[in-house]
Design a protein around this ligand. Sequence first.
Ligand code: XMP
Length: 319
Amino acid sequence: LWTPAQIIEDQIARVREQVGDRHVLLGLSGGVDSSVVAALLHKAIGDQLTCVFVDNGLLRKAEGDQVMETFARHMGVKVIRVDAEALFLGNLEGEADPELKRKIIGNTFIDVFDDEASKIDGVDFLAQGTIYPDVIESAAAKTGKAHVIKSHHNVGGLPETMKLKLVEPLRELFKDEVRKLGVELGLPYDMVYRHPFPGPGLGVRILGEVKKAYADILREADAIFIEELHRAGWYHKTSQAFAVFLPVKSVGVVGDARRYEWVIALRAVETIDFMTARWAHLPYELLETVSNRIINEITGVSRVTYDVSSKPPATIEWE
Ligand code: XMP
């Protein structure tokens, strides 16, 4: 009989046997998979685990603090937070091509992580949140943008350069099983059932060149959208929802003056497998509340649009 508690016991025993008294390094992203690995390994080997959390400046609002709060403060996990915003944004400067932006973000992540890892003595193992679909995906055709990035974070990439042995306790599990493990391990429900967030983060939700000012606006708009989805009971009825920053100026009138300001697009989809998706038929009242709040509360935005494109042909992300 399969129960989350049994899987956890089993994996704890396997990890202890594999690792012995050696030290393990884990790249913690705040996503479900790496979070569950962190909680599991902490339970299995406690202080022998060190997590590195890279803040790339492209995270959602308050995300970095939430990760530190949950793992470092509440659970007592050893987490090193690396503030690499300036480095990532510097490397991205002047680049508008989506795939090149992904490459830059992936490569910068590896550099930062490698650098941090080299400062920690006596690490023999690298833990990764690889889940079964990642294994399948890597074995299959090596095309597609999701694979390219996943390869930086999960299967392949890091270990060769770092000569570390891999610990991958979720390798045989599907996402829904990983979530159940997370809940059983005591992770917050909201963290475990959060919508997926792409590795390149806001980097692919700011169209074209990424700038800090754009990221700051987008973070606020996205937070308002997500907060209102929760409030209206719609968050868990959608599979993924987020705001997108459009670097075009559109006219708005305030008093007698015409102002030319940025546009925010809202995207919300329903999907089972993320290969096809339908735009979520959110209530007009909800969209109205979100739009009013974004325009009233965020300086520099005077227009909000809702994306009514299905996948295919439109992808879920805008880049
Ligand atoms: P698309 O935009 O291809 O997205 O319809 C399908 C799912 O994949 C996520 N996605 C990514 N995840 N790195 C990631 O880790 C990426 O470069 C990337 N691009 C898209 C997207 O958020 C959606 O869940």
